[in-house]
Design a protein around this ligand. Structure first.
Ligand code: ADP
Length: 404
């Protein structure tokens, strides 16, 4: 069975075509600047890459280009789109309505659209993506939606409620939802397998998803009991361009001093803060590390400051989650930075030395591969487990479509 995985943004459409026999990625790519010119990158599993400027006025036109790229020319990987058995969509916000993946129905599309108030940019784009897929593939190709929030729906109220008047939870559904759930689910399930407890029973795990976006989850018996992202993906640890948790009065104080609207403040916290805001020059971890090792770099001191802030925040949160879990069996590192930055992993593992955590410096040099990085006598096991959100979406899609 071949599954097309779709991640639709407001002006972009990422896709991956996966042959579920052997779980092989046949092709993947991205359509960008939809409605504003248009550009497309298409890559095949055999290494062919094609970048092109193509006018795409809307998501339906983007799907037409995806079809063309998959079925014609040098990037062709299938003869006919009829070979695509199902489509799986990534959806950012499922609210408390969706605690699992579901098949798309008119009611599901309406529910996702209704949740747009909680994720205006994302959910509206996802609805456009689903409707465009129906236009492009017809109503008979089954579609499945997989939510970033579902895995976190097992959190208890003491973890998901915020200390503002209760009426705002009732009126506006203000609470912690958490994001990156597909990734936390995938790597924690894999960690349970590595611990020899595939059903998760009796396990206490912290998963650290550290990429452009950063979130940590505390997972007990295979179920999420807490996570650092909140109502939106802004809460928690400092990120590439997002501020993470700050004293809420900082928000009103800056708005007042700088005369900013809520939208302008939101933009400042989401796009101009975090690594970019502190270092003053980059939101990319590779640039940050290069600056830190270059004494002549004009931003070296502030790059170091960011590094220390992030490591300190991560250590505090991990410590807090160990208390919440009543101990810890394993910690997992995943996503672009945690999979590729041994020094950051070392900082977190060093912060747990008082608990008897020991890592193997050589094993910890791993980049983007599954590996145990702690030593056999370490009290807590540490793993690098590369995430694969698209594969989870494709697997959920197959499971739901074949169960029909
Ligand atoms: P996103 O949250 O957008 O999915 P990623 O998980 O891809 O982001 O993480 C992006 C971050 O990971 C960037 O800061 C980048 O510097 C870092 N990163 C990604 N790949 C590598 C790599 N191979 N080596 C070092 N750093 C990497």
């Amino acid at each position: 069975m071949k599954v097309l995985v779709i991640n639709a943004g407001s002006s972009s459409l990422k896709y991956q075509l996966i042959d579920m026999e052997g779980e092989v990625v046949l092709a993947k790519g991205i359509c960008e600047r939809i409605g504003d010119g248009g550009a497309m990158t298409h890559k095949t599993g055999s290494g062919y890459v094609n970048k092109m400027d193509i006018k795409m006025d809307n998501h339906t036109e983007a799907f037409e280009q995806v079809k063309k790229a998959l079925t014609t020319g040098e990037g062709k990987v299938i003869d006919d789109m009829a070979e695509v058995s199902a489509i799986g969509h990534r959806i950012v916000q499922g609210g408390d309505k969706f605690d699992r993946s579901v098949l798309v129905t008119p009611q599901v599309i309406k529910d996702i659209a209704d949740l747009a108030a909680l994720a205006p940019l994302h959910n509206s784009a996802h609805v456009q993506g689903i409707n465009a897929a129906i236009d492009a593939f017809g109503p008979d190709v089954p579609q499945v939606v997989v939510f970033d929030t579902s895995f976190h729906q097992t959190m208890p109220p003491e973890a998901y409620m915020f200390g503002v008047p209760y009426e705002f939870y009732e009126k506006y559904a203000v609470r912690r939802y958490g994001f990156h759930g597909t990734s936390h689910r995938y790597v924690s399930a894999r960690c349970c397998e590595l611990l020899g407890k595939p059903d998760g029973k009796g396990t206490r795990i912290i998963t650290c998803h550290i990429g452009n976006g950063v979130s940590l989850s505390a997972i007990k018996d295979g179920k999420c009991i807490d996570t650092t992202m909140g109502l939106t993906p802004l809460d928690g640890v400092l990120m590439g361009t997002r501020c993470g948790s700050i004293d809420p009065s900082v928000v009103t104080y800056i708005m007042d001093k700088e005369n900013l609207t809520p939208t302008e403040m939101d933009n400042l916290m989401n796009k101009k803060s975090g690594m970019l805001g502190i270092s003053g020059f980059t939101g990319d971890d590779r640039d940050l590390r290069a600056a830190m090792t270059d004494p002549s770099h004009p931003h070296q001191a502030r790059a170091e400051l960011f590094w220390n802030m992030r490591s300190y925040q991560l250590a505090k949160l991990v410590g807090g989650y160990i208390a919440a879990l009543g101990g810890l069996d394993a910690i997992v590192f995943t996503a672009g930075i945690a999979e590729n930055n041994p020094d950051l992993r070392a900082d977190i593992l060093d912060s747990l030395a008082y608990l008897g955590v020991k890592y193997d410096p050589e094993a910890n040099q791993v980049h983007g591969e599954e590996k145990e990085v702690t030593t056999p006598d370490s009290t807590i096991r540490g793993f690098v487990i590369p995430t694969n959100e698209e594969l989870v979406i494709a697997r959920d899609t197959v499971a739901l479509v074949t169960a029909q």
